[in-house]
Design a protein around this ligand. Structure first.
Ligand code: ADP
Length: 193
């Protein structure tokens, strides 16, 4: 089983690259953002609880996020899957610790953290552009976009040290064409056994 974390700020291209990697390496793609948006769309109890956080560009509390992720992974595992690609999770140190425990229970481990590096100016441009067509409330407002970047640097970026200490952190240039970035990610994936 491969367990890959796709890491990087909002707008760094995690969702786009995760879909390509999922197809190419036959992985289960778990995006906590997609899961939450789906719950909101279906007006479930979880959706009602998390909507306020997504709309404001704040993180959903760890306890709820960890529970939702565990339920999703357990109910979507299948024999054809060669591993999991985590997209948008973990976003805090407690989430990373919970993920380590969850994966260790399955006698597995995180293989690599692939971090897409994109400068802030480019990120804001991409997010505002996406907001014009995605219908995502958190992309449409300049203030919310900037708040999400702040949350990323305060709460999520410190995770780089957590994975650097485990020698699992790899930086990938996230600017360029989708194909170029995908090729760099594949190079790193092919180094895994
Ligand atoms: P992006 O990477 O563009 O910010 P995501 O789709 O990953 O978008 O996340 C959208 C929103 O969903 C976040 O701003 C946050 O409110 C919530 N969210 C997603 N993943 C997590 C997580 N692991 N922990 C807490 N909140 C999360």
């Amino acid at each position: 089983m491969l367990n890959i974390i796709l890491f990087g700020p909002p707008g760094s291209g995690k969702g786009t690259q995760a879909l390509l990697l999922k197809e190419h390496f036959k992985l289960l793609h778990i995006s906590t953002g997609d899961i939450f948006r789906n719950e909101i769309k279906n007006e479930t109890a979880i959706g009602k609880e998390v909507k306020q956080y997504l709309d404001a560009g704040k993180l959903v509390p760890d306890e709820l996020t960890i529970r939702v992720l565990g339920n999703y992974a357990d109910s979507h595992s299948s024999p054809e899957i060669q591993g999991i690609i985590f997209d948008g999770f973990p976003r805090t140190v407690p989430q990373a610790e919970a993920l380590d425990a969850f994966i260790a229970e399955k006698n597995s481990a995180i293989n690599v953290v692939l971090s897409l590096e994109v400068n802030d100016e480019e990120l804001v441009k991409r997010l505002i552009n996406r907001g014009l067509t995605s219908g995502r409330s958190d992309d449409s407002n300049d203030e919310v976009v900037r708040h999400r970047l702040k949350v990323y640097y305060n709460q999520t970026a410190p995770l780089a040290d957590f994975y650097l200490a485990q020698k699992k952190f790899v930086s990938i240039r996230g600017v360029g064409t989708i194909d170029e970035i995908f090729a760099h990610l594949c190079d790193e994936m092919n180094k895994l056994d």
